[in-house]
Design a protein around this ligand. Structure first.
Ligand code: PMP
Length: 394
């Protein structure tokens, strides 16, 4: 099958722009006239330093990241951040409140889908005596009482009084549930953080793995950390991008002396930031490809262009699915207002219809449409999730 005849809907790893792949092929053989490929030069070389610094500058420019935040490149994907968040933030909390009994340290998790659920489970593993408070579990507000199909009403959220941090996942890739990016009932309730006598500077952590660079990040400056694996929107797997507020860059060894769990150096935000993301050998090829993708986004018109482009695709796709729903062909899983721009989940009623759909799609060059293995199938429904709706640049 020829690349030009297919549409790759893979949720991640996802399709990359053809122009980027062509350029990257050249860079693999001879990067910037050095006579060496990008994976063959030293990560301490002038060329690579310039590359990683320009990637940082370009991300800062495209997303208007303020100087209060550092941009850090890590490895290990989103899953590693599930652990790193807990360790770094509990270390920070220990430094701020050394005498607080561990039982009184609380981590707040907003559970709106499979990825935030996993993150909360990892927090429980690493918590020691600290507690995990589930602020809200969206399944309780679903149509069948067990699915992730909505952003729950804000008045049902129970934030702790003084948590070490509040965690949410902006776009739930598997379930197709996303917070709205404009204010409203399904947007993230940033105001809640500062209500009821709570400190509005409680560290807010956002997993942006599957929506990074797809549209502007609302209230970016109010976040203590935003992170995203590269493989869904900006490059190959292996690179994780962190936008981290500088007060999170804490001395984890000093915290360990006070009783906090020691943090592996490669997970320490301060270690990564202090070394310019070069504490060890970084994933050079993903850094390179990501830098080409960001340049591509800049040339297209930046984040405003991405927002308009993705909005147009979202509108067209959901319109078609709504029509299919009226005709009894499709069922949409997620409630209106909580539907993802990035991953659209829908079901096809009828025995064997899912396979028919996928077979028909493959014949037409529409690839990687099948849903995630985590989503359980109900008796007569077929689940197709996540469907990538916003990846095509070329
Ligand atoms: N968070 C979200 C929202 C994701 O979609 C994923 C990956 N599908 C992860 C976290 C885990 O990322 P990784 O595979 O890079 O560890």
């Amino acid at each position: 099958m020829d690349r030009s005849n297919i549409v790759n809907f893979g949720a991640g790893p996802s399709a990359l722009p053809r122009s980027v792949l062509e350029e990257a092929t050249k860079g693999l053989l001879n990067y910037n006239g050095t006579g060496m490929g990008i994976t063959e030069i030293s990560h301490r070389s002038k060329e690579f330093s310039q590359l990683i610094q320009s990637l940082e500058r370009d991300i800062r420019e495209v997303l208007s990241v303020p100087e209060t935040h550092s941009i850090v490149f890590a490895q290990g994907g989103g899953t590693t951040q599930f652990s790193a968040v807990v360790l770094n933030l509990l270390a920070r909390h220990r430094l701020l409140f050394p005498d607080l009994p561990d039982e009184d340290r609380v981590m707040d998790y907003v559970v709106t889908g499979n990825w935030s659920k996993k993150a909360a489970e990892e927090a429980r593993r690493l918590a020691g005596k600290a507690k995990v408070n589930v602020v809200v579990d969206a399944r309780q507000f679903s149509a069948d009482g067990k699915s992730f199909d909505n952003i729950p009403p804000h008045d049902k959220w129970t934030l702790s009084q003084a948590p070490a941090f509040v965690y949410y996942c902006e776009n739930e890739t598997v379930d197709g549930v996303q917070f709205a990016h404009l204010p409203g009932p399904t947007a993230f309730p940033f105001d809640l953080l500062g209500e009821g006598g709570r400190d509005k500077f409680i560290p807010l952590i956002g997993d942006y793995s599957s929506s990074f660079m797809s549209r502007p990040i609302p209230n970016l400056a109010d976040h203590a950390l935003i992170y995203a694996g590269a493989q869904k929107n900006i490059g190959p797997a292996g690179l994780t991008i962190l936008i981290v507020r500088k007060d999170l860059l804490v001395d984890v060894d000093a915290a360990a002396k006070l009783g906090a769990t020691p943090v592996p150096l490669m997970l320490s935000y301060k270690t990564l930031a202090d070394s310019g993301s070069l504490y060890n050998t970084p994933p050079m090829f993903p850094v390179y490809v990501s830098s080409l993708v960001i340049k591509c986004i800049q040339e297209l018109g930046g984040i405003t262009y991405m927002e308009q482009f993705n909005e147009a695709k979202r509108r067209a796709l959901y319109h078609a699915l709504e029509k299919g729903k009226e005709a009894g062909v499709f069922n949409l899983r997620v409630k209106e207002g909580s539907r993802s721009w990035m991953n659209c989940t829908f079901t096809i009623p009828g025995e064997g219809r899912e396979q028919d759909f996928i077979d028909g799609a493959v014949k037409r060059g529409l690839l990687q449409l099948k849903g995630h293995r985590c989503v359980s199938l109900s008796a007569h429904d077929c689940v197709l999730t996540p469907m990538q709706i916003s990846r095509r640049y070329d």
